[in-house]
Design a binder for this molecule. Structure first.
Ligand SMILES: [Fe+2]
Length: 308
């Protein structure tokens, strides 16, 4: 199967979603709305690390203090009303229909260099699909670097696995149980090892060839939740900061459209996390139940503020 990277395509949102569900990657050049979202994130980061340079602060801080700082900074960004406002502006700018597009709160990610902190609050992601973590097949991911990136601190895609299943441990993952048991402040304590049972491949992954898209600050990478991706082991000497968020379109949710599921076996759904662009309302429960399974009776159904 061929995979393409579309740079600044003239697609409508319908066409873009269709292409993304086929496993294509879409990249947008920086635009005012995306640069503003990154600038807001950068301002929060710089205030938190002041007077240190956030990209090199890891070389001057004890790792426990660093993890604690991130544990305050990340939820503050995630749940800031300004973050949501800027995500909505970006999505509208990129042609999403505000009445039918739902997004989740933007995350802030950090990838430290030289193995300084690769667990807990700054987890270095092994190859995974978000669909192993209860994302629906119609989920679309939007990813942006907050500072300049380079091949040694980027994110990697493994597109050959888009249509090829990989043995993995997603059958042990239930979203509602996860929300209850594994989210919260305690994640910052994992500065050396990470005991959380994150779904992962259970067979060797052919990591190469892999694709690293190096976009400028405010450049936007759009990809399917079913796309296998990972954090590049950071050897750049500086910490990478990025932000990302996810969307679903109500028509696709209702019609069951999306990327093919080649190997995901998790239970529960993230469908209750998304907020409508217009009024921040949730997806109607009668639609959500199409995605619910027998596990919908225990645990915590929704990702809530303060959780990492
Ligand atoms: Fe991911």
């Amino acid at each position: 199967m061929n995979h393409s990277v579309f740079l600044d395509p003239p697609f409508s949102d319908d066409e873009r979603r269709r292409r993304v569900y086929e496993g294509q990657l879409v990249v947008y050049s920086p635009r005012v709305s995306s640069v503003e979202l990154c600038a807001f994130a950068r301002q929060m980061i710089e205030e938190a690390f002041s007077p240190l340079d956030p990209r090199t602060a890891q070389h001057h801080m004890e790792v426990d203090c660093y993890a604690e700082l991130l544990n305050r900074l990340k939820p503050a960004f995630i749940h800031h009303p300004e973050s949501k406002a800027r995500v909505r502006a970006l999505l509208a700018d990129l042609g999403c229909d505000p009445k039918n597009t739902y997004f989740d709160v933007p995350r802030m990610r950090s990838s430290t260099s030289d193995g300084y902190l690769t667990t807990g609050i700054a987890y270095a992601w092994h190859p995974h699909r978000d669909t192993w973590y209860s994302a629906p097949p119609c989920q679309i991911n939007w990813w942006m670097p907050i500072y300049e990136i380079e091949p040694d601190n980027a994110m990697a895609f493994h597109p050959r696995y888009f249509s090829r299943g990989l043995a993995n441990s997603s059958s042990g993952y239930d979203y509602y149980e996860w929300n209850q048991a594994h989210r919260g402040d305690h994640v910052a304590q994992y500065t050396k090892t990470d005991p959380r049972p994150l779904p992962r491949p259970t067979e060797p992954v052919e990591m190469d060839p892999q694709l690293r898209l190096i976009v400028p600050v405010g450049g936007v990478i759009v990809f399917s939740a079913a796309q296998l991706h990972s954090s590049v082991p950071n050897t750049s000497g500086v910490t990478r900061f990025s932000t990302d968020f996810r969307t679903v379109h109500l028509d696709d949710v209702a019609a069951g459209r999306g990327a093919p599921n080649v190997d995901s076996r998790c239970t529960g759904t993230t469908m209750r996390d998304y907020l409508r662009m217009t009024d921040l309302s949730r997806i109607p429960e009668d639609v959500v139940t199409q995605y619910d399974d027998r596990t919908g009776t225990s645990g915590r159904l929704v990702y809530e503020p303060g959780q990492s």
